[in-house]
Structure formats: structure tokens, C-alpha cells
Design a binder for this molecule. Structure first.
Ligand code: MG
Length: 299
């Protein structure tokens, strides 16, 4: 069987012909938020409905990292290597300090509770950018059912005083997000189509100017499925989740090819020895594949 589907000849140089898509672990309910800790040689990810963060290492396999996790979803690391987590259950973004204590980064905006922070990235100035759709408060499955107090926005948290500003307000359900390698662009996925058949399934591209986003343009429409999360490689190609696997989209918005995964993919991250290994969270399982590409280095 082939693990790839090329839509452009260039894609054949991005993949290794003999590298398989490998299942690392399975038996979860809905996994998301993968983040690689190279210094600990491990992957963390959320098993959201089971209210836990899991840990995988090449030598020891799977163990529980944190339970309960407050229904955590997306994760990333900050410039000091600390874990930054989106939590549905507590409707907040947190930082896990090196001593294990938890610092709340954001839980409200203008006196109103956040919805359910979903995905997060850190810019090279240390600011924390996160999406806040309402998925975690719609039912009791991935958090606690509650009423929505704020629109579904994207926010920026200042590294200096943790003050919060709203940076994207024109999307239905902003979800995955990531910067271009030079941080001049912010890509944000809209997953409204997961619940509204006629809604767009696009990734939008915003210019970033002095931490203000502008000119939000439709960059690429994912099919089948929708983009829940993505990460970029060093040349600015986007590796995005989709219903049939991981789609590789170049900076012009063209689909170059797909990595085929047997379950619906939610998110990805780069890691491994040379940042050339793509870790894939897909419904009930974790998969990996080694690529001939490396995850983006940010300024
Ligand atoms: Mg997500």
C-alpha cells in the first residue's frame, strides 16, 4: 500500500519513499494537541473526552502525564520550554512551570469568561496566541456544557503583563493556528463546517503587522473534512489535518500531496531527532511518519 498521494511532482521530494505511516498507540476516544519535548524525548497529547494528557516515549510507550487535565486540548511550548495548555473544562490557558505548578495565562476577556480555548502557539517575542471556539462548552463530552459569553475569537496574550488583546474576530469557529516561519503571516483554520454543512472549511491567512492581524484572506479550502490543526515546515509549507490524512499545502495555497492516515486526523506536530518526524493525532490513535522536511524554526 502507498502511504502518500502526490498532487504535485514536488511532493515526492518531501517524503521518503520507504518511510511508513506507523501507529504508535491506540484506544483513545479523541486525541488532539500533540507537542514534542525533544529534551525529554517524549510526545504529550490530549485524550480530551477521557480528561487526561498522555505521554509517549520511544522506549516506554504510553503513560498518563496528567489526569484530570481539565479537558485539555491544544498544547505548545514557550520560549523557556514550558508547557502551554488550552483547557476546555476550566475555560482557560495555562502554563506548567518547571516546578510543576500551574500559572493561569488567560481565562476571561473584558470581564467575560472565555469559551473553551482550543489551540495555541507562541511567537518569538514570547506572546501567546490562542483560538477560543465554543466546542468545549457545547456538550458535556469534551468539557462542561455552559452558555457562551464571548464570540469565537483569536487572542494574543502579552509576554510582559499577560494582558489580552483580541486579534481575530471575523471567523465562525477559529481552531488551529500557526505563524509562517518569518512570522509575517498568521494562518487560522475555521472548523464551522464540522457542524454546518454549508459553512466554509477553509484556512485563512492574515498579515501580521505590529501584532495586529489584517487582510484575512481565504488561503485554502480543505477537502475532505476540515482543518482542525496544522504546523509549518522550514519552507513555509502547511501540514494540515483533514478527514483522509495530512495535507501538505504550499505557501501559495496549492495542495502538493497527502499522507494517508486510516482515521480522521485532528492535529500534527514536528519532532524527533531532527525535527523531521511528523506526529499525528487521529481520532483514537497516534501515528507518525518520518519526512524529508523539518518543522519550522521561528525567528
Ligand atoms: Mg483543535
Amino acid at each position: 500500500m502507498s502511504f502518500f498521494e502526490a498532487h504535485d511532482p514536488e511532493f515526492s521530494t518531501y517524503v521518503l519513499g520507504n518511510a511508513p505511516v506507523k501507529q504508535l498507540a491506540t484506544g483513545f476516544d479523541w486525541v488532539e494537541g500533540p507537542v514534542w519535548f525533544g529534551d525529554a524525548n517524549c510526545l504529550l497529547f490530549s485524550d480530551i473526552p477521557n480528561n487526561r494528557i498522555m505521554r509517549w516515549t520511544p522506549d516506554e510507550g504510553i503513560s498518563i502525564y496528567r489526569e484530570p487535565s481539565n479537558y485539555s486540548n491544544g498544547h505548545t511550548r514557550d520560549l523557556q520550554g514550558r508547557l502551554i495548555s488550552c483547557e476546555h473544562g476550566t475555560r482557560r490557558v495555562t502554563r506548567t512551570e518547571h516546578d510543576g505548578s500551574i500559572t493561569v495565562i488567560a481565562d476571561s476577556y473584558e470581564g467575560k469568561k472565555l469559551n473553551s480555548p482550543n489551540d495555541v502557539v507562541v511567537k518569538s517575542d514570547g506572546s501567546i496566541w490562542f483560538s477560543d471556539p465554543h466546542y468545549g462548552i457545547m456538550t458535556n463530552y469534551e468539557g462542561y456544557k455552559a452558555s457562551q459569553e464571548l464570540p469565537c475569537n483569536v487572542y494574543r496574550v502579552s509576554p510582559d503583563d499577560l494582558s489580552i488583546t483580541v486579534v481575530v474576530t471575523d471567523m465562525d469557529c477559529p481552531n488551529g493556528l500557526a505563524f509562517s516561519p518569518d512570522e509575517s503571516l498568521l494562518y487560522v483554520a475555521d472548523t464551522a463546517a464540522m457542524f454546518k454543512e454549508d459553512a466554509e472549511r477553509h484556512i485563512r491567512k492574515y498579515k501580521v503587522d505590529n501584532d495586529i492581524t489584517k487582510d484575512g484572506q481565504i488561503f485554502h479550502t480543505i477537502s475532505p473534512g476540515a482543518s482542525d490543526g496544522f504546523r509549518l515546515d522550514t519552507d513555509g509549507n502547511i501540514w494540515s489535518s483533514a478527514a483522509d490524512g495530512v495535507h501538505c499545502i504550499n505557501p501559495m495555497g496549492k495542495l502538493l500531496g497527502k499522507i494517508l492516515v486510516p482515521e480522521l486526523v485532528s492535529n500534527v506536530c514536528f519532532g524527533g531527532r531532527a525535527k523531521h518526524q511528523l506526529f499525528i493525532t487521529a481520532t483514537t490513535s497516534i501515528y507518525t511518519i518520518t519526512l524529508n522536511r523539518q518543522g519550522a524554526q521561528y525567528p
